[in-house]
Ligand binder design. Structure first.
Ligand code: B1M
Length: 218
């Protein structure tokens, strides 16, 4: 199978949520030297974007989104060790979670993988993380950065609620707060009082490194 066939197969099979085929194709891609990043950015993510577009048009429903998401997550599990390969010492600690009320985690997990690849120690609090869990995580792990993901317009206000709670707990000066997720914008991040925003995983890593460098520089 040619690399193009593999990428096309990954796009098509992710869309219909054919997890076994997606796993097989991901492995075939790795065996024939297709870069993990190529599979991710040229097949898997575009496929989920198309699923989202069909859902938005009302052509597809939640079950279709769910199985496509599961197929993508399975591929990500296979790619994870390759994307996160790093020999460098920890550059900083990143506490991450998807906000309360929101179960989307593929994007968050991808950001985590890329952060690990860049040398961050990532503590993942999972999904539906309430403010008190972010606070307990800060107290326990003393992270440089707290990252919050929200993927729904209805859960984005949790950024502000979390930041308020962190402030109330007297911890706001100890951490940089970064936010992200599909519907989030720089303007929204500014309004809710976050220190940083990134539209994608690569930008999140670059900004996180800059924040830590600035913090270390005092
Ligand atoms: Co949902 N869903 N979903 N869904 N889902 C979206 C997000 C949606 C955009 C689809 C659409 O209408 N086009 C829409 C949200 C609309 C909105 O509010 N603006 C939507 C909806 C409406 C819903 C439900 C409400 C549907 C319903 O029940 N009626 C429901 C909500 C459940 C809940 O959370 N309470 C729901 C449920 C689900 C599933 C469970 C079925 C499944 C989730 C599976 C999972 O995550 N384990 C699912 C899926 C798969 C999607 C789509 C199709 C794909 C999401 C995804 O993984 N994208 C999505 C459509 C879309 O995004 N086009 C959709 C790929 C991922 C790599 O990208 O998540 O954007 P993304 O992450 C990026 C960036 O955002 C950024 O970097 C990541 C990597 O580059 N980023 C950060 C993320 N976090 C960051 C943090 C940072 C910085 C950058 O700093 C800390």
């Amino acid at each position: 199978m040619s690399p193009d066939d593999i990428l096309k197969g990954l796009y098509d099979e992710t869309m219909i949520g054919n997890r076994p085929a997606v796993l097989e194709l991901t492995q075939a891609g790795l065996d024939s030297g297709v870069l993990p990043e190529t599979m991710l950015f040229e097949a898997l993510i575009p496929s989920l974007e198309e699923v989202g577009a069909r859902f938005e048009r009302g052509d597809w429903f939640v079950p279709e989104m769910l199985i496509a998401g599961k197929a993508m997550a399975a591929a990500l599990d296979l790619l994870r060790p390759l994307l996160a390969q790093t020999g460098v010492e920890s550059v900083g600690t990143f506490l991450m979670g998807t906000v309360k009320g929101d179960v989307h985690d593929i994007g968050k997990n991808l950001v985590n993988i890329m952060l690990e690849g860049a040398g961050f120690t990532v503590i993942d609090l999972g999904v539906q993380v309430p403010p008190e869990k972010f606070i307990a995580g800060i107290e326990e792990h003393n992270p440089d950065i707290v990252g919050m993901s929200a993927f729904l317009t209805t859960t984005m206000p949790m950024f502000k609620a979390n930041i308020n709670a962190i402030e109330k707990a007297g911890l706001r000066n100890k951490v940089v707060v970064m936010v992200g997720g599909a519907p989030v914008t720089q303007e929204y991040a500014d309004v809710c009082g976050a220190d940083g925003y990134a539209a994608d995983a690569a930008t999140a890593v670059r900004k996180a490194k800059d924040f830590v460098a600035a913090k270390r520089a005092g």
